[in-house]
Design a binder for this molecule. Structure first.
Ligand SMILES: Nc1nc2c(ncn2[C@@H]2O[C@H](COP(=O)(O)OP(=O)(O)OP(=O)(O)O)[C@@H](O)[C@H]2O)c(=O)[nH]1
Ligand SMILES: [Mg+2]
Length: 490
């Protein structure tokens, strides 16, 4: 390897400035570079040369002159940065960022993406555990219209080479926990812990990211506008050089990250639902005091009546306030009785769940009963909210046959605009005809904005496109008034 090339100012031409400020990726004009692959490094001097050589071999074939590799090094004491700069003399696609103030894998990746020029942003580990050759298949998926293509160890054909039973269990346990806390994010991919993926810049641009620790993929899926995901199986190779940076601290950071994302992605209705829940606690307490203390009823009977009245109170406020617009669309009379019956069933199941959680935490894990109760209440509130939102106040439409990607994309543009408008009357102005399509969109908007259901309902809306129109967007435009149309664009 030759000497490091240095220009007049003493700075190597491949060196990138470290972006500062919020972790948000800018929208960039489309230029020559299609793919920007970030390689986060900490003490990877022994692996970098082989990695860059193998990546260049693949990418020079499929994207000659249209890709860049960005090493983001956290001032590694083993001289990784100097190695990267030497390599940059041989590989013109290589650029190098050396961070001194900030540390950590996730922020390294985002800082790299902030300095990137590509339309597609990607990440790969530097330690050769992610086979560089798989990059070609990931790229092919992106070129085929995916918003995100991720390497997966759990898809058919993927795997982990020599992991101990403990490491496998920890990895699967973390995945299971993620599924419980964030099912609509973690459940979208078979390997949410993957650190090898590509994402369309437009899907995450101008969105403030806030990751913690290692699991940047869940951050991207959670906060990004990701409709189509493709998975590419790969086998995770054992490290042959350098050391792992995985510590137990990272498991705690993962938990904190999950909770932070969970709170950030709560639907707008949730705070209302929680306030109504609190009003129910007040009703329950007051009636228990009145019936047991004031009227001298037996304790069990007092509690049963107090609880049922609290459920009725909550139903009423949710019906009028939290889900008032949905109740209006579904109609009253028998539909309302059915909603009340379902609400009762889910609340009763919630009570059982709460009791079971409290018992397990206190009996089996010896947790403080008050802390355990707080956890049980939080989980049960989440359960009550999602079950009732999904089954009591909404009317799912069946998903029709799969539809071509370009139709889905167009429909999504319309859907996003409708969602942004956030005014249900806009539907009536915009979609005077075909109530079944209108309803599909209304329903779709009420569902978790991100997640598989979102895709399913865009697909359902497309499947309903009337004859004579190729895509949902074409159809919608022809039915929109001029004001609504102006916001759709092409
Ligand atoms: N810039 C930067 N890169 C990091 C940091 N921590 C880890 N990395 C890099 O991120 C990648 C993944 O880190 P590893 O320690 O290999 O983690 P892992 O692959 O999940 O675990 P192992 O299987 O034990 O190697 C490697 O390329 C590391 O060099 C960091 O704090 N800053
Ligand atoms: Mg590794």
């Amino acid at each position: 390897m030759g000497a490091v090339q240095v220009i007049e100012s003493g700075r190597h031409p491949a060196v990138l400035d470290v972006p500062a400020g919020v972790l948000s990726i800018p929208t960039a004009e489309s230029g020559e570079i299609k793919l920007s692959l970030v390689i986060p490094t900490f003490n990877e001097s022994k692996n970098l040369e082989q990695l860059v050589a193998r990546l260049s071999r693949v990418l020079d074939q499929c994207l000659p002159g249209r890709y860049e590799l960005i090493v983001v090094d956290d001032d590694s004491p083993d001289g990784t940065c100097a190695v990267a700069l030497r390599l940059a003399d041989r590989y013109p696609a290589l650029r190098v960022m050396r961070r001194r103030g900030e540390k950590g894998l996730s922020t390294a990746v985002i800082r790299g993406w902030q300095a990137a020029r590509g339309e597609i942003l990607a990440v790969i580990d530097a330690d050769l555990q992610h086979p560089p050759e798989v990059v070609e298949r990931l790229w092919a998926q992106m070129a085929n219209g995916a918003d995100l293509a991720t390497g997966s160890r759990h898809a058919e054909g993927g795997g982990v080479s020599e992991w101990s039973a403990l490491r496998r269990a920890l990895s699967r346990g973390a995945q299971f926990l993620g599924l419980c806390v964030l099912p609509t994010v973690v459940g979208r991919v078979s390997d949410p812990m993957s650190g090898y993926f590509m994402v369309r810049r437009s899907a995450i641009a101008d969105t403030e990211l806030s990751p913690l620790g290692y699991k940047i993929l869940i951050e991207v899926i959670g906060r990004g506008r990701i409709a189509r995901i493709a998975e590419v199986p790969y086998v995770f190779v054992e490290r042959t050089a350098g050391e792992s940076k995985v510590t137990s601290k990272l498991y705690v950071e993962y938990l904190r990250h999950l909770l932070r994302l969970r709170l950030a992605l709560l639907p707008a209705r949730f705070p209302k639902f929680a306030v109504v829940g609190l009003s129910g606690v007040a009703v329950d307490m007051f009636l228990l005091w009145l019936l047991k203390g004031g009227l001298g009823w037996p304790l069990t009977l007092s509690k049963v009546v107090a609880t049922e009245m609290a459920i009725a109170n909550n139903f009423l406020w949710n019906e009028l306030w939290t889900f008032g617009d949905l109740a209006e669309r579904q109609g009253y009379g028998f539909a309302r009785v059915r909603r009340f019956a379902r609400f009762n069933v889910f609340c009763a199941a919630g009570l059982a769940l709460s009791l079971a959680l409290l018992t397990i935490q206190v009996r089996f894990f010896g947790m403080n009963p008050y802390l355990a109760n707080a956890v049980a209440i939080a989980v049960t509130t989440g359960w009550n909210f999602w079950m009732n939102k999904t089954f009591s106040w909404s009317a799912p439409h069946p998903l029709k046959a799969p539809i071509p990607a370009h139709c889905r994309r167009d429909a999504e543009v319309v859907a996003d605009d409708r969602a942004e408008e956030g005014d249900s009357k806009a539907y009536d102005r915009s979609f005077p005809a075909a109530p079944e399509i209108r309803e599909t969109f209304q329903y779709f908007e009420e569902q978790t904005y991100f997640g598989p259901q979102r895709e399913a309902h865009i697909a359902a809306a497309n499947a309903l496109v009337p004859g004579g129109f190729t895509t949902f967007a074409d159809w919608a435009r022809s039915h929109m008034n001029p004001i609504a149309d102006a916001s759709v664009g092409d």
